[in-house]
Write a protein that binds this ligand. Structure first.
Ligand code: C2O
Ligand code: CU
Length: 433
C-alpha cells in the first residue's frame, strides 16, 4: 500500500484529498519531505521565469494567458521557474511533462510537493538535459486545471546546428468552445520556398489527436522529445498523438511557392510565403504512420532482454465502491484504488513492463521521470527506430511491452493521461527502494 510514504493514499493526479474521498477538498500534505532529490541550487540559473497562475471561472491562465508562455531554453541550461499562485483556490503545481527532472522538481501535488496555496509560491530548478519538445501543466486537480488552460509548452533546443529555418510549436487544446492551436483558431507562419520547417505538435487534451497534410512529404523527426533515427518522408499518412504526447514534424516549403496546410483536426497550421493562398482543407488520410516500424534501428544503450524487473500493468474496469460511492472504476492488476500496484525498482535496474488494456476505452499511459522504449504491440516486435516515449496510447484490447532503465530515483507516477480516467483511479507508482 501507500502507507509507508505517510499520510495515507494520495490522489496525486487531481490533488489528493483528505482520506481518499474523490470529491473531497484538495489535499495539502503539510510537512512531507519525500526525497530531497532536487535540481542544482548552488549556482545562478541560466534562465529564470516567473509564472503567475490565476483562475477565472472555468478558465485558468499563466501570466494572463492560456496557454502560458512558450518557454525556450538551450540544452544544458539550468532553468528556474517560480510559480506564483495568484488566485487558484484549489492550489496549483507545475509538472514538466516529459522532462526527466529530479524527483523533487516533478510538481506532483501530494507526492513530490504540497500544492501551492493562493498567495504562495514555489521555485522549480532543473537542468534541461535533453533537447526536445515538452510541456508543463498543473498537477493539482489536473482534470479541471489542465482542461481549463493551466499549461504551456517548453522547448529545449540543441546547443548548435540542426536548426530548421522555422521552429514552431503548436499546442493542440480543446477549451469549452472547440479545438484550438496555441489558444487560437489557426496559425499562419511566413516561410519562403525551400525553407525547412520543424513543427512541434503537443497534444494537451485527453483524447488521441491526428495530424496530417496533403501539401508536402513530412518526416517524423522526434517523438516525446526523442529524435527518430533516420526518419523517411511520408505522404498521405497521418501521425497520431496520444494525450500528453508530442510529435515533431519536418517538411520543406514547396519550391513552387505554395503553402503547406497541416490539419490538426478542426484547426490548421499554414506555412508558406506571405500572400500565398491557404491550401484547401484536406480529408484525413486512411493511413497512419506506425511508429512500431518507422525509421531504422539504432542501439538502445541497454539490453531489454536482460531485465532486472518485469511488471504487469493490466488495466480493467469494474463496479465497486470508492469511499462508499458506487460506480464503475478503473482497475490495475485487478485492484481498485487505493489497492493499485506500487512498482518497486532499484537504481540502475533494467525494467520491462507489459501494459494490457482489456477493452472499454483507450488509455494514454504516461510514466513520469523516465523515457521507455516500445518493444512490441500485441506480440509484434518493433522494427523501426527506437520508439522512445513518455506517453503511449494503449488502445482497446491492445498489449504493449516497454522497457526502460530505472535511472532517476524517487517516487514517480505511472498513470493514464486521460485525466478523467486518472481521477477515477488509473494511477500507479514507480518507487525506488
Ligand atoms: Cu502530464 Cu502526471 O502528467
Ligand atoms: Cu485511461
Amino acid at each position: 500500500g501507500h502507507a509507508e510514504f505517510g499520510g495515507g493514499p494520495a490522489d496525486p493526479v487531481h490533488g489528493g484529498h483528505a482520506g481518499h474521498g474523490w470529491d473531497g477538498p484538495p489535499r495539502q500534505l503539510g510537512d512531507r519531505d519525500v526525497t530531497g532529490l532536487t535540481g542544482p541550487r548552488d549556482r545562478p540559473p541560466d534562465v529564470a521565469v516567473e509564472l503567475v497562475a490565476a483562475r477565472d471561472g472555468d478558465r485558468y491562465t499563466l501570466n494572463g494567458t492560456t496557454p502560458g508562455p512558450e518557454l525556450r531554453v538551450r540544452q544544458g541550461d539550468l532553468v528556474e521557474v517560480t510559480l506564483v499562485n495568484e488566485s487558484v483556490p484549489d492550489g496549483v503545481t507545475l509538472h514538466w511533462h516529459g522532462v526527466d527532472v529530479p524527483n523533487a522538481e516533478d510538481g506532483v501535488a501530494g507526492v513530490t510537493q504540497d500544492a501551492v496555496a493562493t498567495g504562495g509560491s514555489h521555485t522549480y530548478r532543473f537542468v534541461a538535459e535533453d533537447a526536445g519538445t515538452y510541456w508543463y501543466h498543473s498537477h493539482q486537480v489536473s482534470h479541471a486545471q489542465v482542461r481549463g488552460g493551466l499549461f504551456g509548452t517548453l522547448v529545449v533546443t540543441p546547443p548548435a546546428g540542426e536548426a530548421a529555418d522555422h521552429d514552431v510549436v503548436a499546442a493542440m487544446h480543446t477549451y469549452g468552445d472547440g479545438p484550438t492551436v496555441n489558444g487560437r483558431d489557426g496559425l499562419r507562419v511566413d516561410a519562403a520556398p525551400g525553407e525547412a520547417v520543424r513543427l512541434r505538435l503537443v497534444n494537451t487534451d485527453n483524447e488521441v489527436k491526428r495530424a496530417w497534410t496533403a501539401d508536402a512529404p513530412v518526416r517524423v523527426l522526434a517523438v516525446d522529445g526523442r529524435a527518430v533515427h533516420e526518419p523517411v518522408p511520408v505522404t498521405d499518412a497521418a501521425v497520431t498523438l496520444p494525450a500528453g504526447g508530442r510529435v515533431d514534424l519536418g517538411f520543406t516549403v514547396p519550391a513552387a511557392g505554395t503553402a503547406v496546410r497541416v490539419e490538426l483536426g478542426g484547426v490548421a497550421v499554414v506555412t508558406g510565403p506571405a500572400g500565398a493562398p491557404d491550401p484547401p482543407e484536406s480529408e484525413p488520410p486512411a493511413e497512419t504512420v506506425d511508429l512500431l516500424h518507422y525509421g531504422t534501428p539504432a542501439p538502445l544503450g541497454f539490453d531489454p532482454d536482460d531485465a532486472d524487473r518485469t511488471f504487469e500493468y493490466r488495466i480493467g474496469r469494474r463496479f465497486g465502491l470508492v469511499d462508499g460511492r458506487p460506480g464503475m472504476y478503473w482497475t490495475i492488476n485487478g485492484g481498485m484504488v487505493p489497492d493499485v500496484p506500487m512498482f518497486v525498482v532499484s537504481d540502475g535496474d533494467v525494467v520491462r513492463m507489459r501494459i494490457e488494456n482489456s477493452g472499454a476505452d483507450n488509455h494514454p499511459m504516461h510514466l513520469h521521470g523516465h523515457h521507455a522504449v516500445v518493444l512490441s504491440r500485441d506480440g509484434e516486435p518493433a522494427t523501426g527506430s527506437p520508439w522512445v516515449v513518455d506517453s503511449l496510447d494503449v488502445g482497446r484490447d491492445e498489449t504493449y511491452e516497454i522497457a526502460f532503465v530505472a535511472d532517476n530515483p524517487g517516487i514517480w507516477l505511472d498513470h493514464c493521461h486521460d485525466l478523467s480516467h486518472a481521477t477515477a483511479g488509473l494511477v500507479a507508482h514507480l518507487v525506488y527502494s
